[in-house]
Design a binder for this molecule. Sequence first.
Ligand code: ADP
Ligand code: MG
Length: 486
Amino acid sequence: MSARLEPCVSIDFDSSTLDEVVTKTKDWALMHGVCMRSRQNFSPDSINFAPFVLVPSTFPRKEFEKAIELQTLVNEMIYRIANNYEFLKTTLAITNTVDPFTAQLFKIYTTVQEEGVSQAIALGLIRSDVMLGAEPEMPLSSFKLRQVEVNTIAAGFGWLGPSSGRLHRFVMQELGHGDKLQQLPENNALEALCGGMLKAWEIYNQPRAVILFIVEDTTYNICDQRFHEFEIRRQNPNVRVVRRSLTQLGRGAAVLDAERKLIVDGHEVAVVYFRCGYAPDQYPSADGCEWDARLMIERSKAIKCPSISYHLAGTKKVQQVLAEPGFLERIFDEAEKVAKLRDVFTGLYSLDLDEEGDRAAEMAIANPEKYVLKPQREGGGNNVYGKEVAEVLKQLKGNPERASYILMDVIQPPLLRNWMIRPSTQPMLVDTLSELGIFGVIIGNSKEILHNSMGGHMLRTKIHTANEGGVAAGLGALDSPFLVDL
Ligand code: ADP
Ligand code: MG
C-alpha cells in the first residue's frame, strides 16, 4: 500500500460543477499565458493551455521550507564544482571515454581552460528537483525531501511555476476556498531569474549590449521563454533580448571580434542564456556548426548561463560521485553544510566497469523495480525503469559503455488524488505524484561568489503510473504546492 496525502479540498464534484470550473479555468489559463504550443497541431500563431491539475497538491510545509532554505547551499555546491577543474576532470574521465556527447562538452571546457578564459564571471540559473520519499509503509510524517537532480542548463518553468500558483488561487476562490490562499506560498521565480540575468548584464557594463537566448528551431514551451523576455524589458526597458538557434549562430549569425566580444547580427552580447544545447540532437549538423557556435560562445567575453563548467557540474555522473562518502567533504570545509546537503541525497551508484560497479549492477538485476538507470542526458525521457533496468544491465555486462550510466534508488512519493486537465481530453480523476523544483541564482568568478539567492519554485505532477513527468513531453501537469503541517 502506498502512502496517501489528502487533497487540500474535497474534489468530489458533481458533473456540472466540474464542467463549469474546468471550462472557466481553461479560459483563465489561455488568457494568462499558462500555455504551450501544440506538438500535434503546431502553428506559430496559436497556443494551447498547458496541462494542469485542478487543485494545488498538498505538500508538507516543513519539507517545502527545508527545500527553500537549502537552495543557496545547493547553488554554492554547484559553484564550487564548476570552479574545480581537477574534480571535473577526474570525475568525468571514464564517462568521457564512453559518452561522446559529454566528451565534446569536456573538450570545449579543456580548450577554454588551456587558452585562459575571457570572462571570469559565470551566471547560474539552476533548479534543484526534489521528491518526497520514504518506505511505502511508513507514516506520512516520515516522508522527507530526496534530491532527484540539479539542473544547471535550460532549467525551465520560471514562468509556468508561478503562473500555476496564480491559476490555483483563482480555482480555490471559484471553489469557495478563498480563505485558504495563505497556504499557497508566494513565488517570484520569473522576477528572480530575470533579475539574475540583468545583474549579469550590469556586471558586463555595456549599455547597448543585448541578452542572447539560445533557443530550439521550434519552441513548444514558448510562454516559458517569452515571459522571461517581457520581464527583462519590464525590469529594465533598455535591455533587448535576441533569440537565435545554435544552428543560426554556427552558420554565420555570431562572430568573435578581436577583443573576443561576441557579436550576433551586429549586436554585442552581454549575457548568453541557453534554453537549448543540453542534448545531442540539438547539435544536428553534419559539419558540426552548432559545436563551433558553442565553442565560440565559450571563448567569448559574454557572461554565459551556464558556462560550460556549470553545464558539466550538472551531469548525472557528477551527482553520483558527490554522493560517495568523502566527496562533499572535499568540496566544503564546513561539516554542517555537508550534513545538510547529504541529508537530501538518495542512494546513487557508479556503474563503472570495476568491482563496485559489478556489485551495483547485480543488486539492480536482482531488484530492478527499486532502481532508475540514468544515462548522461538531460531533458526527460532518457532514463530506464522497472524490469528494463535488469535487461539493460544484463546486456551491458562486461561492456565499458556501462560506465556511461549511473544507478539511483527509486524515490516513491505519497500519492494524491486530483483531476488532470489536458487539451482536447476529458478531465481525468487520477492518482498523482509530484516533483518540486527550487530555483537558484548564483553569480561568481573563480575567487568569489558575487550573488547567491533562492529564486522561487515550481511543482510538476504526473499520473503515478508514468515514469517521468515532463509537462512539455505530455506526461506531466502544472501544479503548485498547498502547504500543510502534517
Ligand atoms: P532529466 O535530466 O532527463 O530531467 P531526471 O533525473 O530529472 O532526468 O529524471 C527525469 C524524471 O524521472 C524525473 O523528473 C522524475 O519524474 C523521474 N525520476 C528520476 N529519478 C528518479 C528517482 N530516483 N526516483 C523516482 N523518479 C525519478
Ligand atoms: Mg529532470
